[in-house]
Design a protein around this ligand. Structure first.
Ligand SMILES: Cc1ncc(COP(=O)(O)O)c(C=O)c1O
Length: 420
């Protein structure tokens, strides 16, 4: 048995790393169950941002110390993200957020499209992986949307196979759903895309805090994620296969370099937050080493961290689902069978009787429990499930810094809400 599995998950150590978890609201310790919209950050990230301002605050490529430090820091974090993705450092592009990156990439790849070329998107996805591709309809591209199986909120793979044809040029699929937690078989879908010569774009924003990403094993062409969802600052990062980053031409200003990947990074980047991204990934690696001290490389440490957090989060999820199922009027969306928990992550959405989710979120928020209500921009899914016109759903996001006590507190407060 692996070391990480032998040892109990050290939740006390984890919570010690995140100063904001001690926040008090209305006399309660805040329970951050809002992770899918953005996670809290460990002190390492806060320190890295501060350290940047104190020692390396300058623009890039200057002939003086702070600029050189900034260049070195960016190169180093590119290497860190390469470990995170399992790719080469020159395949890592920093950007404002996933949405902005995806619009820029779609626009650049769209230059090569002809009228009638098809792009496959899905009903399960956040609109940031739909709207940028939909924008190419202006150039005559045709969007084809893959449906879901409503009973468990998984992608309808038969429908997907029907929609990927010789006309398909891009297949844009999410790694995990930010509303119902479903994890999609992206490696399998990449094979289907490549079989017809299409590019595979993966939105890994929701998967990144829950599972190890391996772009080499997935064989995807592009993959985007947002560090603020995996314990880092508010930015986006793109992986692109080198051949594609060199072939496609981004829209850019003339004096800026034509060398990839920098040519994709329009304007001045938020350097201080790039420093924070490096610290966030290093925190995850540190967690892996805390679970399994013998590990050598950062990649091995990341693997150990995700192995441990997956097991821990699955325990919390089981407790949450079992508790929710005892509350009258509860309707949970997505996979609830514990035997299938490898097909989902620990993000869960529900409706409770006819209550508007905002009403529930407000009740919880006043008691220091932070959840989200609405559609979380997964508009296609909210419409498909018939909840859009009723305020969407209530979403509970569990990440590795949450606790069994927080889950029990949530369940007790929901019972209080029902009784009120
Ligand atoms: C699955 C998913 N994709 C994309 C996005 C958009 O990410 P960003 O805020 O970095 O543009 C989000 C944000 O919630 C998301 O959850």
């Amino acid at each position: 048995m692996h070391g990480a599995e032998k040892k109990a998950f050290d939740i006390a150590w984890v919570r010690e790393q995140f100063p904001s978890l001690k926040l008090q609201v209305h006399g309660h310790t805040a329970a951050f169950l809002d992770g899918p919209a953005g996670t809290q950050v460990p002190k390492q990230v806060i320190d890295a941002v501060q350290n940047y301002f104190l020692t390396a605050n300058a623009n890039t490529c200057g002939a003086f110390a702070t600029s050189r430090r900034n260049d070195a820091m960016i190169a180093s974090v590119r290497g860190t993200m390469a470990d995170f993705f399992n790719c080469d450092a020159n395949e890592v592009v920093f950007g404002q957020n996933m949405t902005t990156i995806t619009f820029a990439l779609a626009r650049a790849t769209g230059r090569e499209l002809a009228a009638g070329d098809e792009i496959v998107v899905t009903t399960l996805d956040h609109d940031a992986n739909v709207a940028p591709w939909r924008a190419l309809e202006e150039k005559g591209a045709v969007l084809r949307q893959v449906d879901i199986r409503e009973e468990d909120c998984t992608l309808d793979l038969e429908d997907l196979k029907r929609k990927i044809t010789v006309k398909t040029k891009v297949v844009a699929v999410g790694y995990a759903s930010n509303m119902v937690g479903t994890i999609n078989p992206v490696a399998e879908i990449a094979k289907l895309a490549h079989a017809v010569g299409a590019l595979m774009f993966v939105d890994a924003v929701h998967y990144a805090p829950h599972g190890l990403i391996d772009v080499t094993a997935l064989d995807c062409d592009f993959l985007a994620c947002s560090p603020y969802k995996f314990f880092g600052p508010h930015m986006g990062v793109l992986f692109g296969k080198r051949e594609h980053l060199e072939k496609f031409k981004p829209y850019k200003v003339r004096p800026a370099t034509n060398t990839s990947p920098e040519c994709w990074e329009t304007g001045t980047q938020v350097h201080e937050l790039i420093a924070g991204i490096g610290a966030a990934v290093d925190y995850i690696a540190e967690l892996g080493r805390h679970c399994d001290p013998g590990l050598k490389s950062r990649r091995e440490a990341l693997r150990a961290a995700y192995r441990a957090t997956h097991q821990y989060e699955t325990g919390l999820l089981s407790r949450l689902i079992a508790g929710l199922q005892t509350i009258p009027g509860m309707r949970i969306f997505g996979i609830t069978d514990p035997k299938r928990f490898d097909e989902r992550c620990s993000t869960l959405s529900f409706r409770l009787g006819d209550h508007n989710p905002t009403e529930i979120a407000t009740f919880l928020g006043e008691r220091g429990i932070f959840t989200w209500d609405g559609n979380f921009y997964a508009l296609n899914l909210s419409e498909r499930l018939g909840v859009e016109q009723h305020g969407g759903v209530l979403r509970v996001g569990l990440v590795h810094y949450n606790t069994a006590e927080e889950v029990e507190r949530l369940l007790a407060t929901l019972r209080e809400f029902v009784a009120a």
